[in-house]
Ligand binder design. Structure first.
Ligand SMILES: NC(=O)c1ccc[n+]([C@@H]2O[C@H](COP(=O)([O-])OP(=O)(O)OC[C@H]3O[C@@H](n4cnc5c(N)ncnc54)[C@H](O)[C@@H]3O)[C@@H](O)[C@H]2O)c1
Length: 284
């Protein structure tokens, strides 16, 4: 199976590394195109994938195509291309719906929200398919996503909040840890910032292992750490007072951003369909 990738930024590179590292595919199964060709050079030393001279070549050669451009680049690019009707199109763009994708491709379409942690073959990929995706196309996509970690089928109604929990979370967790380290150093200047960061990284890895290998729930882990009448309890009550508001704000603002993106994508679509064929030709 030829796996096409257009866009070799964070997500395109994650797909190359995650799929090749998993051993599920050979780099030769990948055919890749990026606008800036140099981006492929270093990565190709490690994973000798096929490089296409243009996006259209990827569409012609691929059985499944992962489109990894930014949301507002997605539909304009797709409209420039001539997509073979059988091609299984997979968009990874937040804010671009299945319906948006169906407006440019009459064949099988899936929406996947991957995560940067899949570069290490861990993390959650969210996905949904349109009605044109056959059982064998679904199975082929699932096999690829399962090589990247765990997979959750999701609805349009739940995907935005789930995106924050799976796909934004690695960046958000890094942001929280940086704030934690900075606060520690503000509170205790004798502690070096890099040392505080190292302590937190190792602690986070240990915490993940306890949650995973011992199957502990968050509440069980808290019970093991927070000695009754001890120090951690004080920290937890501060979190209980301050974090609900912070996370409510975070989800509110990220939802607003999703809504704005969806509006901009829809506007791209509306302005395209309102143009006459002659005007369309002139604008290209
Ligand atoms: N970064 C994440 O963790 C993450 C997670 C889930 C989903 N996404 C989605 O993935 C998409 C890409 O995000 P990213 O962080 O990889 O962005 P990025 O800016 O790192 O990568 C985008 C890439 O697309 C290329 N590109 C743009 N237009 C092109 C064209 N016409 N032809 C070929 N290549 C083109 C750019 O050169 C760039 O390399 C976005 O739609 C985003 O919503 C990102």
């Amino acid at each position: 199976m030829n796996i096409g990738i257009i866009g070799l930024g964070n997500m395109g590179q994650m797909l190359v590394k995650g799929l090749c590292k998993s051993g599920m595919i050979s780099p030769r199964d990948l055919i890749v195109y990026n606008r800036t060709a140099e981006k492929a050079t270093a990565l190709r030393q490690l994973y000798p994938f096929q490089v296409a001279e243009c996006a259209q070549t990827v569409c012609q050669k691929a059985d499944i195509l992962f489109l990894c451009t930014k949301p507002l680049d997605m539909l304009p690019l797709l409209r420039e291309l001539s997509l073979p009707p059988h091609l299984h199109l997979v968009s990874v763009a937040a804010g671009v719906s299945l319906a948006d994708l169906e407006s440019v491709h009459s064949g099988p379409v899936s929406k996947v929200i991957p995560t940067v942690t899949s570069e290490e073959n861990r993390g959650v990929s969210l996905y949904m398919n349109n009605a044109k995706v056959t059982p064998s196309e679904r199975a082929a996509l699932l096999q690829l996503l399962e090589a990247l970690g765990t997979v959750e089928e999701i609805t349009e109604a739940a995907i935005e909040t789930a995106t924050i929990l799976t796909s934004s979370a690695p960046g958000l967790i890094a942001g929280i840890l940086e704030e934690f380290a900075q606060a520690a150093v503000r509170h205790t200047p004798e502690l070096e910032l890099d040392s505080a960061r190292r302590m937190l990284v190792e602690t986070m890895i240990g915490t993940s292992l306890l949650l995973e290998r011992q199957g502990l729930g968050f509440d069980q882990l808290i019970e093991r750490v927070a000695t009754k009448g001890g120090i951690t309890q004080e920290g937890l009550s501060v979190l209980g007072r301050t974090l609900p508001r912070a996370f409510d704000d975070l989800l509110h603002m990220t939802t607003e951003k999703h809504t704005l993106l969806k509006q901009l994508v829809r506007r791209q679509n509306d302005s395209h369909t309102s143009k006459t064929p002659t005007q369309k030709g002139e604008s290209q």
